[in-house]
Design a protein around this ligand. Structure first.
Ligand code: PEP
Ligand code: MN
Length: 362
């Protein structure tokens, strides 16, 4: 596999010198007036924003609004001419790519429902061969880092070097405050696999509502992401798709004015010295955690052997319940969150059972 060594800096294709890169516009292009009025309102806030609008919309159920199709490309051309903003839209097959190239779309993106399909991604990659258009690849709907990486590699192998990933969250079944779980560790995994690959966060599709967008946007910047893709609609209330999560231009302006862009590394010597010292304390604390865990697992082994010798079952539900409850209340008294203790003790308990099962079956 060819590693992604030649990725162009995001600044070479966005024309913007500083972070964060902002991409904004409606979920879907609906009609010329809606596209133009949204674009003009965004350009009035900051004309270095890249304008987004979906033209071909992958919808979960048939008979819902599936986008305006080719005619929307004309409106994107008009946005470019009248506002000077760069424009981007989603492509899901070779025909979409060809039409975008013909009508001067500046950047294309591959949507979450397309990234899951290697055949579809390969078809897009083949259509992009020999073309120097920037491509952004959204994470697949399911939490699978390798599938995301695979899609990025397919596009890279077609010769595209102007690449970025878009983190838009992952489907999860059950209760969550988010429409798509952020699973930040997957985005961090991508950063570790390909440090030079820019990652843009899409808080709109993570949140699914407007309330949580400022929080997720700031968090993304604090996680060293390179930019944000945020859905904005001139009248979100009547949007034909994703109505609940689109900001008004006024809300976008407020959000952008409140974002804090922190420096990745401060050059201040006093700061660096202080940070180094604090990190030494963290390293020491981590060593202590590992030693205590080792000690605990040794005792677990001894108990496992004792249970085996006396023919007693591994799982003792009342004991486990008592452990969890006391640890949670002790932890809370020490200022630790219930969630942390609960997750931690489930991991510790699973590992203890695994170790004792091994001993029992020896
Ligand atoms: C979109 O950007 O409007 C879209 C359809 O997003 P996703 O592919 O992330 O669901
Ligand atoms: Mn959308």
């Amino acid at each position: 596999m060819k590693p992604l060594l030649n990725i162009s800096s995001i600044h070479t294709w966005t024309g913007k010198k500083n972070k964060p890169i902002i991409i904004s516009g409606p979920c879907s292009a609906e009609n010329e007036t809606q596209v133009m009025s949204t674009a003009k309102a965004i350009a009035a806030i900051d004309s270095s924003v890249i304008f987004r609008a979906g033209i071909w919309k992958p919808r979960t159920r048939p008979n819902s609004f599936e986008g305006v199709g080719t005619i929307g490309l004309k409106w994107l051309q008009k946005v470019k001419q009248e506002t000077g903003m760069k424009v981007t839209t989603e492509v899901a097959n070779a025909k979409h790519v060809e039409e975008c190239l013909q009508s001067g779309v500046d950047i294309v993106w591959i949507g979450a429902r397309t990234t899951v399909s290697p055949f579809a991604v390969q078809e897009i990659a083949d259509a992009l061969k020999g073309v120097d258009i920037p491509v952004m690849i959204k994470n697949p709907v399911n939490p699978d880092l390798q599938l995301w990486i695979g899609a990025i590699e397919r596009i890279y192998q077609a010769g595209v070097t102007k690449l970025a990933a878009i983190h838009r969250g992952f489907h999860s079944y059950g209760n969550s405050p988010f429409r798509n779980e952020p699973n930040w560790e997957i985005a961090v995994g991508l950063r570790l696999a390909y440090p030079s690959l820019p990652i843009i966060c899409d808080p709109s599709h993570i949140c699914g509502n407007t309330e949580l967008i400022p929080y997720i946007s700031q968090k993304a910047l604090d996680m060293e992401m390179d930019g944000l893709m945020i859905e904005t609609h001139i009248m979100p209330g009547i949007a034909k798709s994703d109505a609940k999560q689109q900001l008004t231009p006024v809300q976008l302006k407020e959000l952008l004015s409140k974002l804090v862009v922190r420096e990745m590394i401060s050059q201040n010597k006093e700061f660096i010295d202080q940070l180094t010292q604090l990190r030494t304390h963290i390293n020491n604390a981590d060593d202590e955690i590992l030693q205590v865990l080792m000690k605990r697992m040794q005792i677990v082994r001894e108990i496992g052997q004792y249970k085996k010798d006396n023919n007693v079952t591994i799982l003792q539900a009342t004991r486990w319940e008592e452990i969890l409850n006391t640890r949670i209340s002790n932890g809370q008294m020490m200022g630790l969150s219930e969630e942390l203790i609960r997750k931690l003790y489930h991991l510790i308990h699973d590992e203890s059972i695994r170790i004792q099962t091994e001993i029992m079956n020896k």
